[in-house]
Write a protein that binds this ligand. Structure first.
Ligand code: BGC
Length: 739
C-alpha cells in the first residue's frame, strides 16, 4: 500500500525533475557542461567571445595573473613560481613582495638535488606535493620545472635545472609533471630553449647544430610534452638562429607544436616578447610580465600595451593579421582553463602537511652526494666525538631565499646547524661563521659589514679546540652566485673560503667539508681532506636531512647530476673560448656540439675531479656480470639486461646502477658513452638481488643531420653497467640488425 502510494505521489515529482533537467540542459551552454568533450567546450566558448574578450585572454592583467572572461564566467588564471615550491605573493603591478602572512610554503630541495636522487618516484611525489600546495594557494600554473641543460658550471640557474644529461632530466621531469598536473595545476616547463647561461640572457643569440639541439638540448622538453603531457611551456629570453625563442618559428611552430603535437599554452618568460607580428605568427599564446620595452621596466600598468594586447587587436581590426591567429591562441588558453580552473573535479589541495615535510626531507636525504670518504671520516656516529665544530655561513644561511624567481618563503627552514644541534645535542656542537656574504640580492652584492679577518681568526681557534671540524660552505643565492640574471665569474669558492679552508685544515687536520651549491666549484684543498659531501639547496628540511646523513642514520645514495671538472678550462663550453661562452657581440656558437658534460670529458680523455653519476655510500656494492636476453635485436625491440647486485657492507643502502651505451663503429662521431637507463636499488646488508633493466634499442640512434631524423645503424653496441660514468663494472655487447 505504502509502496503504490509512493508511486502515485512520485510520478509528478519525477516529471517535474525531468522537466527541470531538460530546462537546465537547455540553459547550460556546452562550454560549461563537463559532460561535453573539451574540444566541443572550447569551440563553444570561443564562438561566444568578442574580439576584445579574446585579446584579454592572451595577456597578463597583473604580474602573475590573466583576467579570464568574466562575462562568460571563465575565471582568472593565477600563476606562480616555481619550481621548488609555491612562491610568496606579489603586489599587483610590480616586483615587491605583498608581505601577506598566509603565503608561506614548504620549500622543497632545488631541482639539482631532485636530479641527484636518480629516483623518478620521488620526482612524482615532489611534483604532487607542490601541486597540492599550489591548489591550496589558488594557483593554476606553476612556473616549473626547469630542464635547461647544465653546459657550464658558471651558469647562474643550474641549481634550478636537472643536470647535464638529457636522459636523466627526461626521466625526472616526466613524473614531476604528472604528479603536479593530477591536482589540476598546470606545470610550465621552462625555459624553451637553449637558455644555458644567465649572462646576457635577454639578448644572446645561440647558434647550435641540429644534432646537438635534438640530442642534448631538446630531449627533456620533448619527454615533458609527449610522455608527461605538460600543459604549458615558457619561452626563454635568448634568441636561437637570430629570432627570440618565445616567438621562434622553428622552435615553437615547427618543433614544439607541429612535430611534437604540443596542445598546451606557450607563454613568455616575463618580458620575453619583442614583436607583435612574430608573437602572433610564431606560436606565442600568452604574454606575461613585460612592461613596455620587452623587458621588466617601463610605465606601470601597461598591460594594454603588450605586444599581444592593443597592438595585436589593431592589426586584426585593420586586416593586417587574421583573426584565426588569435583564435588558435584562445583555444589553447581555454584548453588550459578546462584542464585547471574550470575543472570542477580537481582536488582542493593542502599545504604544509607533515607529508610535505616528509617528502622534502626524503628528497634531501637521497640527493646528498658523498664524494670522498677516507679513513672512515663519515659517518660521524653519535657519541664518536665530544666536540664537533660547525664552521661556515652556509650552516646558518636561509638558502631558500635569494636566487631570483625561485625564491621561497618557507614556513620553517631548518638550517644545518639546527639539524646538527638536534642530532648531537647542544653541548657537543660549537659554531662560528668563518666567513660572511651579504644579504641575497637580485642585482648586486650587498656587503655583510662583518670583519673577514676576525671571522677567520675565531674560526681557526674554534677548529683547533674541536675533535672534528665540519665546514659548511659553497655558493649561495646572492648575485653572480647561484642566482638568476647573471653567471658566476669563475669556478672558485667565493668569500675567501679556499683560504679559510686551508687554515682550518692546518688548525685541525680532522676537517671535513659539506659544500652547498647548485654548481661545481674548484677544490684546491681536495687532497688534504678525508671527507667531502656535495649538498644542495635543500629547503625546509635541510638541517634534519643533512644531520641524518652525516650521523649515518641514512646512508647517502645521491649521484652527481653533473661532472665536476678540475678546472674551468676543462669544461667543453669554455674550452672553445669566448665565441662558445659567453659569446661575442651577443652571439655564441655551441662549438662543443654534442660533447657536453661527461660526453666531452670521456671522449676527450680529460679527467674530471668527480664524474657524472658518481656518489659513494656508507655500504659497499658488488656487481655481478651483465647478460642480455638475446645477442641480436631489431630496432623496435628492447634489450633485457640483468646482473646481480649485492650489498656487501654492513649497512642498508641504495645504489643507482647506470647503463651507458657505446657504439662500436659509428659512421659519425659519437660520445664514448651515453646514459640510456638507470635504476635505484635498495638493499639490506648482505642482500643480493637480480637487477633487471630494460633498454629500448631505438634509444641507441643518433640524430642524422643529413636526413633530418634519427638514425640507428646496424652495428655492435656495448652496454656498460656502471656505478658512475667512469666506473664500469661489466659490459654486455649486443648487435642491432635491421632486416
Ligand atoms: C624567470 C622565470 C620566472 C619569471 C616569473 C623570470 O625572470 O626567468 O623563470 O618564472 O621571471 O617570475
Amino acid at each position: 500500500m505504502k509502496h503504490s502510494l509512493f508511486r502515485i505521489c512520485s510520478l509528478p515529482v519525477i516529471l517535474l525533475t525531468l522537466a527541470t533537467q531538460l530546462m537546465a540542459q537547455e540553459t547550460v551552454p556546452p562550454y560549461l557542461d563537463d559532460n561535453q568533450p573539451i574540444e566541443t567546450r572550447i569551440e563553444d566558448a570561443l564562438s561566444r567571445m568578442t574580439l576584445k574578450e579574446k585579446i584579454a585572454l592572451i595577456h597578463a592583467q597583473s604580474k602573475f595573473s590573466t583576467p579570464g572572461c568574466p562575462r562568460l564566467g571563465i575565471p582568472e588564471l593565477w600563476l606562480s613560481d616555481g619550481p621548488h615550491g609555491v612562491r610568496m605573493e606579489f603586489v599587483w603591478d610590480d616586483w615587491n613582495h605583498a608581505d601577506w602572512t598566509n603565503d608561506s610554503c614548504t620549500a622543497y630541495p632545488a631541482l639539482t638535488c631532485l636530479a641527484a636522487t636518480f629516483n623518478p618516484k620521488l620526482a612524482f611525489e615532489y611534483g604532487n606535493a607542490i601541486g597540492q600546495e599550489a591548489r591550496y594557494r589558488k594557483k593554476d600554473i606553476i612556473l616549473g620545472p626547469g630542464v635547461n641543460i647544465y653546459r657550464t658550471p658558471l651558469s647562474g640557474r643550474n641549481f634550478e635545472y636537472m643536470g647535464e644529461d638529457p636522459y636523466l632530466s627526461s626521466q625526472m621531469v616526466v613524473p614531476y609533471i604528472k604528479g603536479m598536473q593530477q591536482n589540476g595545476v598546470a606545470a610550465c616547463m621552462k625555459h624553451f630553449a637553449l637558455n644555458n647561461q644567465e649572462k646576457n640572457r635577454d639578448r644572446i643569440n645561440v647558434e647550435v647544430s641540429d644534432r646537438a639541439l635534438f640530442e642534448i638540448y631538446l630531449p627533456a622538453f620533448k619527454a615533458g610534452v609527449q610522455e608527461g603531457g605538460v600543459w604549458a611551456i615558457m619561452g626563454s629570453y635568448n634568441k636561437y638562429h637570430g629570432q627570440y625563442c618565445s616567438h621562434n618559428e622553428r622552435l615553437v611552430n615547427q618543433i614544439l607544436k607541429k612535430d611534437w603535437g604540443f596542445d598546451g599554452v606557450m607563454l613568455t618568460d616575463w618580458g620575453s616578447a619583442h614583436d607583435t607580428d612574430e608573437a602572433a605568427r610564431y606560436g606565442l599564446d600568452l604574454e606575461m610580465g613585460t612592461w613596455t620595452n620587452g623587458l621588466t621596466w617601463g610605465i606601470s600598468s601597461a598591460y594594454d600595451n603588450y605586444y599581444l594586447a592593443q597592438p595585436f587587436l589593431k592589426k586584426i581590426e585593420s586586416g593586417e593579421l587574421p583573426e584565426s591567429l588569435l583564435d588558435e591562441k584562445v583555444r589553447r588558453v581555454l584548453r588550459l582553463c578546462f584542464r585547471t580552473n574550470m575543472n570542477r573535479y580537481r582536488p582542493y589541495g593542502c599545504k604544509l602537511t607533515p607529508e610535505h615535510a616528509d617528502i622534502a626531507r626524503r628528497v634531501a636525504e637521497e640527493g646528498i652526494v658523498l664524494l670522498k670518504n677516507e679513513n672512515h671520516f663519515f659517518p660521524i656516529e653519535k657519541g664518536r666525538y665530544q666536540k664537533i665544530a660547525v664552521i661556515g655561513e652556509n650552516a646558518v644561511k636561509q638558502l631558500s631565499q635569494g636566487g631570483g624567481s625561485s625564491e621561497l618563503k618557507p614556513q620553517r627552514e631548518i638550517s644545518p646547524l639546527e639539524g646538527m644541534i638536534e642530532k648531537y645535542g647542544r653541548e657537543h656542537i660549537v659554531f662560528t661563521l668563518g666567513y660572511a656574504s651579504g644579504e641575497p640580492n637580485y642585482s648586486n652584492e650587498l656587503p655583510s659589514g662583518l670583519d673577514a679577518d676576525s671571522l677567520v681568526q675565531e674560526a681557526v681557534k674554534v677548529a683547533r679546540e674541536a675533535d672534528v671540524v665540519l665546514f659548511f660552505g659553497g655558493l649561495n643565492k646572492n648575485f653572480q652566485q647561484d642566482c638568476e640574471g647573471d653567471d658566476r665569474r669563475n669556478m672558485d669558492l667565493p668569500f675567501g673560503q679556499n683560504e679559510l679552508i686551508e687554515k682550518l685544515i692546518e688548525a685541525n687536520p680532522n676537517t671535513g667539508i659539506i659544500l652547498i651549491s647548485g654548481n661545481a666549484v674548484s677544490m684546491p684543498w681536495i687532497s688534504q681532506i678525508d671527507g667531502l659531501m656535495q649538498s644542495w639547496y635543500l629547503g625546509s628540511q635541510a638541517g634534519t636531512a643533512t644531520a641524518n646523513v652525516i650521523s649515518g642514520e641514512v646512508s647517502p645514495s645521491g649521484k652527481l647530476p653533473f661532472s665536476i671538472p678540475v678546472k674551468l678550462e676543462d669544461n667543453s663550453a669554455h674550452y672553445f673560448g669566448e665565441e662558445s661562452y659567453p659569446g661575442v657581440n651577443n652571439t655564441q656558437y655551441y662549438k662543443d656540439d654534442i660533447l657536453v658534460g661527461y660526453r666531452w670529458y670521456d671522449t676527450k680523455k680529460i679527467k674530471s675531479r668527480f664524474p657524472f653519476g658518481y656518489g659513494l655510500s656508507y655500504t659497499t656494492f658488488q656487481y655481478g656480470k651483465a647478460s642480455t636476453d638475446k645477442k641480436s635485436y631489431q630496432p623496435d625491440e628492447t634489450v633485457k639486461l640483468s646482473f646481480t647486485l649485492k650489498n656487501s657492507g654492513k649497512r642498508a643502502g641504495a645504489e643507482t646502477v647506470q647503463v651507458y651505451m657505446s657504439q662500436k663503429k659509428p659512421s659519425v662521431l659519437r660520445p664514448v658513452k651515453e646514459l640510456k637507463a638507470f635504476k635505484k636499488v635498495c638493499l639490506q646488508p648482505g642482500e643480493e638481488q637480480v637487477v633487471e633493466i630494460e633498454v629500448p634499442v631505438a634509444s641507441f640512434a643518433f640524430y642524422d643531420e643529413g636526413i633530418a631524423d634519427w638514425k640507428l645503424e646496424n652495428d655492435k653496441y656495448m652496454l656498460h653497467v656502471a656505478s658512475s660514468s667512469r666506473q664500469i663494472h661489466s659490459t654486455a655487447t649486443i648487435e642491432v640488425k635491421n632486416k
